[in-house]
Design a protein around this ligand. Structure first.
Ligand code: NAP
Length: 280
């Protein structure tokens, strides 16, 4: 197994190109032990970036994360998200403190605005910066921001401190390649690809079978390797099945060649014009 590939944040810090998602974790007490074990296995394999949110299972996913990182907080790059309705000056401080309690830590590595809501960006940025000064978060970023939202963010005072934009990106959702991907690359702002295997459905795509057979891997691994092919992209698949966790880690070592990429482009054509940002 090759070493974990790293991606540079604008701050200069490096984070793993492959992390772990937690959506739907913490929803069912009977699955909790398996969820904690999966995240721990992922950390053992180097997938030390964990993405969670106050929204997931109303805090339950943060509690699962707490159990998974207990005793090894320093190994982990911890990401959580604030709901847009809580992204005001006072609301964000309350939300962040509640997330930190559920996560069992006194500092988050990266705190994201889950999607854009009604609170002015300037106020949200000011709240993020206040949390940074208070030592409760180390970095902040956004999620589900299209290119025009990012441009607006960079015009807001302090907005240039954004460290990432977490967006839907996978073979069946390539719209951002038209403008958001090049825009972000030019500015050195990494994209964090959520639902990189389209919530598992890309594994059932027959059009991925031939490429998967050539590499001796699964169709899901091809879909994940395709997201990971790009510099400046971090992928955060969610997996509870231990075999899935191992396969996802192994996908990092798959090198897709030009023939593979051309075949995937035929099955999932890149965008030819601007498309509205897709979200789940
Ligand atoms: P995903 O990671 O694309 O897919 C997860 C599904 O794929 C699960 O059903 C999982 O099954 C299955 N799976 C995982 N690895 C597999 C493998 N190697 N082979 C076959 N199946 C596999 O979907 P997602 O959870 O929507 O997205 C990932 C993370 O992104 C989320 O968990 C969340 O942290 C984040 N996210 C953020 C936003 C946002 O608005 N910012 C929105 C959506 C998601 P098992 O669990 O049974 O292993």
């Amino acid at each position: 197994m090759a070493d974990m590939r790293m991606v540079d944040l604008p701050s200069g810090e490096q984070v793993p190109a492959l992390g772990q998602g937690t959506w739907h974790m913490g929803e069912n007490q009977r699955r909790r032990a398996d969820e904690v074990a999966a995240l721990k296995l992922g950390i053992d394999l180097g997938m030390t970036l964990i993405d969670t949110a106050e929204m997931y299972a109303s805090g339950g996913a943060e509690e699962v994360t707490r159990a998974a990182i207990a005793g090894r907080r320093k190994e982990v790059f911890l990401v959580s998200k604030v709901l847009p309705s809580n992204a005001s000056r006072a609301g964000m401080i309350r939300s962040c403190e509640a997330s930190l309690r559920r996560l069992g830590t006194d500092r988050m590595d990266l705190y994201l605005l889950h999607w854009r809501g009604g609170i002015p960006l300037a106020e949200t940025v000011a709240a993020f910066e206040e949390l940074k000064r208070a030592g409760k978060i180390r970095h902040w970023g956004v999620s589900n921001f299209d290119t025009n939202d990012m441009e607006e963010l960079l015009r807001v005072g302090g907005g240039a401190a954004v460290q990432t934009n977490q967006i839907l990106y996978n073979l069946s959702s390539r719209g951002i390649e038209y403008d958001l991907v090049p825009w972000s690359n030019e500015r050195g702002i990494p994209l964090m690809a959520y639902s990189p295997i389209n919530q598992g459905s890309l594994g059932r795509e027959r059009s991925l079978q031939a490429v998967a057979e050539r590499h001796g891997v699964t169709t899901t691994q091809i879909a994940l390797a395709w997201v990971l092919r790009q510099k400046g992209v971090i992928a955060i698949p969610k997996a509870v099945e231990p075999d899935h966790v191992r396969e996802n880690r192994a996908a990092l070592d798959i090198e897709l060649d030009e023939a593979d990429l051309a075949e995937l482009d035929r099955a999932f054509p890149p965008p030819r014009r601007k498309e509205p940002l897709a979200m789940i």
